[in-house]
Design a protein around this ligand. Sequence first.
Ligand SMILES: *Cc1c(COP(=O)(O)O)cnc(C)c1O
Length: 492
Amino acid sequence: MRNVDATRPLSDLSLAGRRGAVFPGSDVPDRPLEDLIPAKYRSKTLPPLPEVTEPDVVRHFVNLSTKNMCVDTHFYPLGSCTMKYNPKRHERVSRFAGLGDLHPYARPEDSQGLLQMMFEMQQMLGEIAGLPAVTLQPAAGAQGELTALLVAAAYFRDRGEERTKVLFPASAHGTNPASAALAGFECVQLNKSVNGFVDLEELREKLDDKAAVFMITNPNTLGLFEKNIAEISRLVHEAGALVYIDGANMNAILGITRPGDFGGDMMHYNVHKTFTGPHGAGGPGAGPIAVRPFLADYLPGPIVTQSADGRFGLETPARSIGRVRSFFGNVGILLRGYLYLRTLGPGGTKAVSETAVLNANYVMATLKDVFPVPHGDRCMHEFVASARSIKAERGVTAMDIAKRLLDYGYHAPTVYFPLVVQEALMIEPTETESKETLDAFAAALRKIVSESTETLKGAPHTSTISRPDEVAAGRNPVVCWGGACEPVPVGV
Ligand SMILES: *Cc1c(COP(=O)(O)O)cnc(C)c1O
């Protein structure tokens, strides 16, 4: 029997001349290779592809795929990422030939069905946001942020206002300042907080006539609804700036309240989070943005439109900032989100958020005596517990606990984010988990704190690799192929 250790490269199994499939000889005369591919396009040497059987390849990749945890194999309470279950009917329907095989260059008259769905998706997103103008173009939340900030920049440029600053609280997701910097703004961070909420005094001080946008996540990254959001919006508007709502936490408020109603001028969705696009490891995603009508003219196109005769078409707004992605967005993910919203209907959408909030509060209440939650007695869809006292007593960190959870068959929560909580464990159960799963997860965490420090420091004990150097892996990745390893240049 051959070793099927999936962590070994496939090239280890290679045997010269071995083939995955052998076809009968062709009964048409061979054309010289030169006719098919001119010499200038051909490399001198063949790539060193492994010569293996088909079962070798299938086993290698199927086994490799089981080395990671995913929503289909494990409970995945990764805070802020909304790792809810992705219904399989979305996968089936989005692969229907008329959808999955449709060419992005198909003429609008030949793709009316898909365009209608994308048109309705724009409308539903506009309605849920309370911000009616929507573009489906951005391919992720982060790209939605960047797009909205470029829209804001174009708007102020048109008004002849020189506004150079983007403000955000210290609890903001790292993509907020990154998008602001990329869009050419100066980043201004609010460092204080009042019990996890924006400090209105500090906001007043930092808002001036150079402020363009205040970016705020609501519910915030502590899983709390910013109770002063109306006042925050009023202050920002009074200073002549715009309010940007980071919509990554929409799973808590669907059908209950709307960013447009509490003062937001622009927002992004993470369709892959809130509306069940399967996601992880950086993709795929969809980050549509919704804005107030006075910003609609700057949105990237094409946007799906409907004419008086009911036909659907594609149009780009007159003062558009230009495209931010090819075609009209990451249609595969948008379709799954559309199917999800259509399945639920307005009442079901609201029930999603109510159950997500209930589940998070249930887990929080079950664990609070062992893992205190520094901010808030009640949470929205997620909560941020602290392992600070456990660290002070025994030197066991949030990372040790997260790693040990892997041995118990749970994906770890988000750790060390937001930075305002020491030894943070950010837990987001989502609405798709049963009470039994939540109970078992809480029991595992309780069991873990009763284990020896040595066991926890060495965890995980059951995974293929234990504790990679995450910073080095991110900053200096090394790829290996056929026994040779090469560092990959990263960054710009
Ligand atoms: C996930 C997330 C983002 C970024 O979204 P991507 O789709 O991953 O680019 C921004 N803000 C918050 C609060 C998030 O959780």
